[in-house]
Design a protein. Structure first.
Length: 266
């Protein structure tokens, strides 16, 4: 800051100079600029759709390329519009509930929502946080597309159901255990042979499936598929192993009301 100093006659007598050390301010400004650059690069390069909206009306202030690609809207169509106008929410009351939650807690994490797109829908895990831009409260939102995961999960459940339907109506007594040795399937023929209903055995482990056959908990042929032991031939006769398949004969004492029965098992 520079100022002229005059004497009583109005003549220039001095020049007053005042200097201020702005090093700290410049350093802070540089840090801020770098932070803004990093945020901008992260925002634009994120593989997940990201957008910034005002917290009150949901006016879209900025979007990244993934948001444009996923939704099918152009940047011009999105910027300045509200999320209600582009009809992205399946039910706008969801957005209002999320807004209230963000205002109360500052953020939401991994809310599963089915968003509307220009051509179709997107199953997403939605997260959002409250931020301020030039003093205006806003919401920074990220939507992780899990559409393919949900589709694959639905296909897996459908395939599992088909398998269970086939197992249920096989004429031979059939049951399935998982890798924790818990029963996951117990068909009608197995119910008829043992007298044990599936509701009584499904989900049980610790060799519970052996009790209807032998009266106690012990490994069955199904357990020996993954075991290499001499005990197998002591328990069963005519044991044959072909690849992943195991065949054996055995007398099962608990069947037929304790009279027992000879079974072949695969």
């Amino acid at each position: 800051w520079v100022s002229e100093v005059f004497d009583a006659d109005g003549a220039l007598a001095e020049i007053l100079c005042i200097g201020m050390d702005m090093t700290r301010r410049k350093v802070l400004e540089e840090h801020l600029r770098h932070s803004e650059e990093k945020f901008s690069k992260t925002f634009m390069s994120s593989p997940d759709p990201v957008l910034i909206t005002t917290i009150d009306r949901g006016i879209i202030l900025d979007v990244n390329e993934a948001m444009i690609e996923k939704t099918g809207f152009s940047r011009n169509e999105l910027i300045g519009s509200t999320t209600r106008q582009i009809n992205i929410w399946p039910d706008y009351s969801i957005r209002e509930r999320i807004r209230e939650s963000i205002e109360q807690t500052g953020a939401v994490r991994n809310v599963e929502i089915e968003f509307r797109l220009r051509n179709g829908v997107m199953h997403a895990l939605y997260s959002a946080v409250r931020i301020e831009i030039e003093g205006q409260p806003c919401i920074l939102s990220i939507a992780r597309d899990v559409t393919e995961l949900r589709k694959a999960d639905a296909e897996r459940r459908e395939a599992l159901q088909r398998m269970n339907d086939i197992i249920e109506f096989l004429p031979d007594a059939t049951f399935v255990v998982d890798d924790e040795k818990k029963v996951t399937a117990w068909n009608l023929a197995c119910e008829k042979m043992t007298g044990v209903k599936k509701e009584e055995i499904i989900g049980k482990g610790d060799y519970a499936y052996a009790i209807p056959f032998y009266g106690d908990r012990r490994p069955l042929l199904i357990d020996y598929v993954t075991m290499d032991t001499d005990e197998l031939e002591q328990q069963y006769t005519e044991v044959k192993r072909t690849g992943h398949q195991l065949f054996a004969l055995s007398f099962v004492p608990a069947l037929n009301s304790g009279k027992g029965a000879f079974l072949s098992a695969n």
